[in-house]
Structures are given as structure tokens and as C-alpha cells.
Design a protein around this ligand. Structure first.
Ligand SMILES: Cc1ncc(COP(=O)(O)OP(=O)(O)O)c(N)n1
Ligand SMILES: Cc1nc(C(=O)O)sc1CCOP(=O)(O)O
Length: 528
């Protein structure tokens, strides 16, 4: 009978990576104590006798912890040690031949780098797939392209209803495991069964701790994904509750004055900083990579706006640290469709960190989603927009695993389940430079309010191990959009506003005078 395997933490051995003085078997034992659930012996240079010896001794250790043993590449070794399974690469022994040679019930896993590999693996009847490389790695010279976190979901989708298990491999470590697990979930809600790791465990002087961190992360994530799927069935948002909650976020911002770290473009820096101050928060416009870690600890939210990409390194690091601190990260991919450089930079950023909110106009979001329905014109959109904006935002939110804000005369917001339509705003917003960037600032500020609320409600939480960001980012996005658009309506009606020149300072005034009452009374909101 085939053994049911828990793939949560799949250790692939790496003897050549052991720290000086660390014994291989001691490292394996500590890894098992730390929570490894499967071990694969991978020996690329050992001769047959040495491989056999290592495999036999590793098996003894695995048996002590009731953990299955898989052998990489070598069917003869797997047969000799009566391993639980084998792992085969795309150019190794074909699965059909391996099945004939191995005893019934032997687990067979195959490496997959693209959807065709996965489809073949399904038709060959493998038990699991190893999807990689998901990140860059120094452990092995890669011969296939790096898939990236965002590319894995499409492969997992192929596995829907097959019962096949999947792990990701390549560059996974404690620091990026949660990001990897979250970002790889398919649009159908199919998540990884586990992560396969070499260097983060084998190269550690404390493999027990390294394994424990990874195992806890995977376990917490799996539980959370189950809850998330359940919640998406039962979800319901009432308009009144949304507005009451959004008002509380404004109160939080005013009470705590969170630091809003903005890596933004040099056209709008001053006005975005002023908008932040007007709402009651505190802006910092830092770009140097060297200060990102320190800032991540104290900030309330991070905004990455790449209108003028001057420090990609800073953007990458700031987002990574914000994720590690579970702080909101708002991404404004200004003009992403305009150049190849912007497209590849956006892909790199989104593969590295998990945005909490992505905000853009129709042209920008179409470019991100690879949709031909809407064309971008520089940083603007040409044409009338999406024929079904509600479905568009919902599906992009599922794909990117975050809140999507599609801006225009009507703003559309979705978390992948609910869609919220907002109809506030004044046409003069479109006639001043940087109003879109200020909207990103307002969203980041309200997201900081949502983060603060989560910390207030639940100061220390077991759950925070599995959450990629603390706080309800849907509310943060709604709050930010309402704040700027309602302030614009009030500003445009003022008698002292005679055109865009006087509109802009009036807009800052009205952000400054915004109250929870104005937000709730003037919001034109529909929950779909
Ligand atoms: C779990 C898992 N996934 C992928 C691989 C890579 O296997 P392969 O493509 O055969 O490459 P080598 O490991 O032989 O270099 C793996 N070993 N384990
Ligand atoms: C063995 C292996 N296979 C890969 C694949 O892409 O198929 S990547 C990889 C090495 C993974 O090592 P680390 O966890 O140290 O990055």
C-alpha cells in the first residue's frame, strides 16, 4: 500500500553545504527533531558504495522519527535500501519505466518547471511534483528558467482535482517561506503541500531551529488557507459596517500618527508628503537601501510608487522587510505598460514581495494582468476601460493575492471575493499632476490605520505567524479612496476654488478637515 506522506517540510540533503565541523548525520537528526516531514537523499558526486551507505544510515534515522525516505535519481539505491520513494528529474529515468522497476506503492516524484511538465506528470501517474526553481539558488546550476513565486499558481491549478501533491523548491528559506506559500496559491485556491529546502537547513549551524521555523510557517499557513477558503464562502460585508470601520481607521491615523514610508516619484514627493500630513500621519520619503530594515520596524505602512524608478534595490528591500514585519505594502505601478523596463521591474518586485494593495488605472492594471482589453498611453489609459471592471478586479485580486484598486471616474476595489464600487470624486482631480500618486498615499495611510487597529485588537497573536499583513486591507483601500475623492468633492465646491491652481491647496485643506462623519455621510458606495 502506498504511504500517505506529509510534504510540509521536505528536506533535500546537501552534504557539501554543511558548516565546518558539522556532521552530516547530526545535521539530519537535528533537522528531523526540528520538524522535517520527508527526507530526500541527494548525492550528486558520491560513488555507488558511498551513496548506498549514506542512504542506509539516513533511513535508520528517518525510521526513528517515522519520516519517509526518498532517493534522488537512483532507482538502484532506492531498491537496495527499500526507500519509500524516488525523485526523478525531467531527464532521468522515465516514470513509466520506474513504475515497472519499483515495488508497488513506491512514491514517485518528478521535477516540473512548466505547465507541460505538470500535465505529463499527471498523465504518468506520479505521486507528487517538485516545482522549481521558485527563487534563485546557489545550491545548483539551474538549467531551466526561474519560475518566480507568481508563476507557480498556474502550475498548481493544473493539479486541481488530481490528488497529486506539490512542493516548491529553489531558494526557499525561513525569511521567504511565508511569502512563497502565500504568493503561490492559484486563482482556484490551490496551495502548495509543502516546501523543499536544501541550504537553509543543510547549511545551518542550527538545523533544528531552521527546520522548526520552516515547519511552523508551513503548518500555520496551511491552517490559514483552509480558513481563508472557508471564509470566502461565508464572506459578507454590509455597507454600514464598512463605513463605520473605515471611520475608525481615520481615528486611528489621527490618534497614532503612523509613519508612512513612501518610495515615490520625484514629481509628487512634496504633495504626497503634504497629503499624508493632512490626514494626520507622518511621511518619510526614504529611498536608500541601507535604511530599509530600520524603517520597516517603525513604519505604519509602505508605499512603493515607481513613477520614476531611481532605486530598485531600495524598493525590493523595503518590500521584503515590510512583509517580514507584516506591515501594509501598497504598490502603485505607475505607467507599468509604458516600457519593458517597467514591466520587468514590476514582475521582479511582485515576485519578491507580497503587495497588500495594488492600485492603478485601467491601462496600468491591464498591463499587469496581461490584458489586451485596455491600452495604456504612458501613465494614462486610452479608451473607455474594461467592459466588466467588477470581474476584472476580482480576478486580478485572486491572481495577485491582494487587494486591487482600479481607479477612474468610478473606483473598483476587490479582495478576490467582494467587489466594492465607489462613485465619489471630482473631474478636477484628473487635471492636477500627481493626484493618482496622492491616492496611493491616502490608501497607504488608511492601511496603516487598519494595521494599527489589528495590533490594538490583537496585540500578540498566534495567527500572526501565518498572516502576511496584519489588518483588513480591503477597508484600508476603501478608506484611502474615499478620503481623497470626498475631499476633492468638498474642495471643488468651495467659493475660493476658481481652477486647478486653487483646487490643489483646497484639496489639502479638505483632507486636513476630513472627519469620520463626512466619510460616512458622503460616501457613494455599493458592495457587489
Ligand atoms: C523535491 C525536489 N524537487 C526537485 C528536485 C530537482 O530534481 P532534478 O530535476 O532531478 O535535479 P537534481 O536534484 O537531480 O539536481 C529535487 N531533487 N527534489
Ligand atoms: C535540488 C534543486 N532542484 C531545483 C529545481 O529547480 O528543480 S532547485 C534545487 C536546489 C534547491 O536548493 P536550495 O534550497 O538551497 O535553494
Amino acid at each position: 500500500m502506498r504511504r500517505e506522506i506529509d510534504f510540509s517540510l521536505y528536506l533535500v540533503t546537501g552534504r557539501e553545504l554543511l558548516p565546518p565541523g558539522k556532521d552530516y548525520f547530526e545535521s539530519i537528526q537535528e533537522s528531523l527533531e526540528g520538524g522535517v516531514t520527508v527526507v530526500q537523499v541527494r548525492e550528486k558526486t558520491a560513488d555507488t558504495a558511498e551513496f548506498l551507505d549514506i542512504a542506509l544510515k539516513t533511513k535508520e534515522l528517518c525510521q526513528k522519527y517515522d519520516v519517509p525516505l526518498i532517493i534522488n535519481d537512483r532507482l538502484d539505491i532506492a531498491l537496495a535500501v527499500k526507500a519509500d520513494g524516488v525523485h526523478l528529474g525531467q531527464t532521468d529515468m522515465p516514470v513509466s519505466v520506474a513504475r515497472q522497476l519499483l515495488p508497488a506503492g513506491t512514491i514517485i516524484g518528478v521535477s516540473c518547471n512548466n505547465a507541460d511538465h505538470v500535465k505529463n506528470a499527471i498523465s504518468e501517474g506520479v505521486d507528487y511534483v517538485g516545482i522549481g526553481a521558485v527563487w534563485g539558488t546557489a545550491t545548483k546550476k539551474l538549467t531551466s528558467p526561474i519560475i518566480g513565486v507568481r508563476g507557480v499558481g498556474a502550475l498548481l491549478r493544473e493539479l486541481d482535482n488530481t490528488g497529486l501533491k506539490a512542493v516548491a523548491i529553489g531558494g526557499i528559506k525561513g525569511a521567504n517561506a511565508l511569502r512563497t506559500l502565500h504568493g503561490t496559491v492559484s486563482t482556484t485556491g490551490h496551495g502548495l503541500d509543502g516546501v523543499a529546502v536544501v541550504s537553509d537547513i543543510a547549511g545551518s549551524t542550527k538545523p533544528r531551529d531552521a527546520a522548526r521555523t520552516l515547519r511552523d510557517t508551513v503548518s500555520a499557513f496551511k491552517e490559514q488557507l483552509q480558513n481563508e477558503l472557508q471564509a470566502s464562502i461565508n464572506v459578507s460585508y454590509a455597507k454600514k459596517d464598512v463605513l463605520t470601520s473605515v471611520s475608525k481607521l481615520l481615528n486611528n491615523v489621527k490618534a497614532y500618527k503612523p509613519l508612512i514610508h513612501q518610495i515615490t516619484n520625484n514629481v509628487v514627493t512634496t504633495q504626497s508628503a503634504n497629503a499624508t500630513l493632512a490626514l494626520g500621519a507622518s511621511p518619510i520619503m526614504a529611498t536608500a537601501p541601507e535604511e530599509m530594515k530600520d524603517l520597516s520596524r517603525v513604519l505604519g505602512a509602505l508605499l512603493v510608487n515607481f513613477g520614476t524608478i531611481t532605486s530598485k534595490e531600495g524598493m525590493l528591500l523595503a518590500g521584503q522587510f515590510a512583509n517580514e514585519e507584516k506591515k501594509p505594502l501598497v504598490f502603485d505601478p505607475v505607467g507599468v505598460g509604458a516600457t519593458d523596463f517597467r514591466r520587468t521591474t514590476a514582475a521582479q518586485l511582485l515576485n519578491t514581495w507580497q503587495a497588500s494593495v495594488i492600485k492603478g488605472n485601467a491601462g496600468e492594471l491591464a498591463a499587469l494582468a496581461d490584458s489586451k482589453e485596455v491600452q495604456a498611453k504612458g501613465v494614462d489609459t486610452s479608451g473607455t476601460g474594461f467592459s466588466d471592471p467588477a470581474s476584472f478586479v476580482k480576478s486580478l485580486a485572486r491572481k495577485e493575492r491582494c487587494i486591487i484598486v482600479l481607479t477612474g471616474s468610478t473606483d473598483w476595489i476587490s479582495d478576490g471575493n467582494v467587489v466594492i464600487r465607489l462613485d465619489n470624486g471630482h473631474p478636477m482631480l484628473g487635471d492636477i499632476t500627481g493626484s493618482g500618486c496622492m491616492l496611493g498615499t491616502c490608501i497607504a495611510t488608511f492601511c496603516a490605520g487598519a494595521y494599527l487597529k489589528a495590533v490594538e485588537d490583537e496585540p500578540i497573536s498566534e495567527r500572526s505567524l501565518s498572516t502576511i499583513v496584519r489588518g483588513d486591507m480591503l477597508l484600508g483601500a476603501v478608506g484611502g479612496v474615499l478620503a481623497l475623492t470626498i475631499a476633492s468633492e468638498i474642495a471643488a465646491q468651495r467659493v475660493d476654488v476658481r481652477g486647478t491652481g486653487t483646487f490643489f491647496p483646497a484639496l489639502i485643506d479638505e483632507l486636513y478637515h476630513l472627519t469620520p462623519d463626512k466619510l460616512t455621510q458622503l460616501a457613494k458606495i455599493q458592495i457587489l
